[in-house]
Structures are given as C-alpha cells and as structure tokens.
Design a protein around this ligand. Sequence first.
Ligand SMILES: [Zn+2]
Ligand SMILES: [Zn+2]
Length: 262
Amino acid sequence: MLRFKNLGSGSTGNATVVEAQCGIQTNRILIDCGLGLRELERRLIQAELALNDLDALYITHEHADHVGHAKRVAGSLGIPVWMSQGTWLASNGLDWGLNDSQINIARDTEVIGFGALQITPFTVPHDAREPLQVKLSDGAVSMGILTDLGHVSAHVVSQLKGCNALLMETNHDTQMLRKSGYPQFLKDRISGPLGHLSNDSACELAQILNHPRLGQVVAAHLSEKNNSPEIVLDCLSRALGRTRDEVWVAAPDTGSSWINVN
Ligand SMILES: [Zn+2]
Ligand SMILES: [Zn+2]
C-alpha cells in the first residue's frame, strides 16, 4: 500500500510525507523539509503522525523552501538523509554535524531501496546545483513528485510515465506573471528554462502522463501572487478530461489530504 500527504507547498516551504506498507513493515519518508521543526510536528499531528514516525528524509535541491530546516530535523531525529552530491555541497552538508551513516548520496535513476519503499531520483531542469525530483513505489503502484522545474524534459516524461498519482508543480499563470510588479530579472528567472513550470506547461505534461490508471493528480508549488487555485483547477481538469472535483491543489499552509495510490 502506498499513500502520501503534502504538508505544505509553495515558496514558504515544501514537505510531503510518503508512506509504504508491506505486511507488517511500514516506512515513511519526508520529501523536502522547508517547514521548521515545530511547524512540521504540528502538521504531522494533523496527519495523525508524530515526528518519530518519519524514518528518512529526501531533499530534492538546496533552495530554502526545500532544504531550509533539514539540518535541524535530520539532527534531532537521527534519521538517514538522501540528496544529490550537488545538493549536499550547495547546502554546506559538512556543517550539518550528521553521522557518516546518516548521509546518503542520491544519483539520477539509481533506485534507492528503503524498506517497503523504492525511491527513484531523476534529474530535472532547475536553477539549482544538482536537483533530483523523485518517483516512489511500493513495488505495485507508483507516484511522482515534481515540484521545481523550468521546462518539461524528455527525461522527466520517461521517469514519470505510468505513475498512478502525481504531485506536480503548476507555478504560475503566464499572463499574471507578465503583468505582475515583479522586476524583469525575476520574471525572466521564473519563466525561463531553469525556473518554474507554468500552468500551460504543467497541463501539457499532465496530458502526456495521463493514462487509464492515473489516479489522483495534485497541483503544487503555486505562486501566491501569479496564480490562483481556481485557474489551476480549470486548466488541469480540462487537460485530464476530468471534472474540477477530480483534481486537487496543495495549499501553502495545509497541503493536501492523505491520498491513497492505487
Ligand atoms: Zn527551487
Ligand atoms: Zn521550490
């Protein structure tokens, strides 16, 4: 059995807990740690979990909304941490004070076996040193997490093809970003090939990844200024041929509900 719950999404902090159960074995991994320890604990309690229920941490890249509180959380829980070599270096990993046994280097398409979970990191185009988003499986079904990327590469499509659920970035509405008061350099960064995924690009990707066994699709990492859940629900449901009630948006402060992957 595989299920996940986003605990919060967007530039204020990202974290998603993914749980796999096989017989009596249950493993939970936190993907990204952009929430402080107390806030993370509060949101885990809302998910009917405790901090101690987390078995591992995976960091997708070094931007503060993903790695911001990983040092504190990994240090206080003493759990293993995976991230790319580039993310480790860019996050000053040596200063984290972790045991050698806690630190694990993730590599593109090298499957990590962690109890009942199989974790496949994959490279994405984003302006970080070595960003690796992930696919997670319990051996029977799989889900993809894709929160920061500037454009859809063939590699991203090949890694996420066949997933039974997706948590994917729908960052901005192109028109809203263009008309916004953001300085031009920031508009260029966000909309550039190593920035963030527009609603249009995300919906094109959703269409490509759609198949009869694709279940829940959760839109994530929405810009608070240059997007709205209503716009995303409209374009994503249209792209997938679903009603608005059949797609979801992860909120910055509450994330998503628990989602069973089947
Ligand atoms: Zn980022
Ligand atoms: Zn981010």
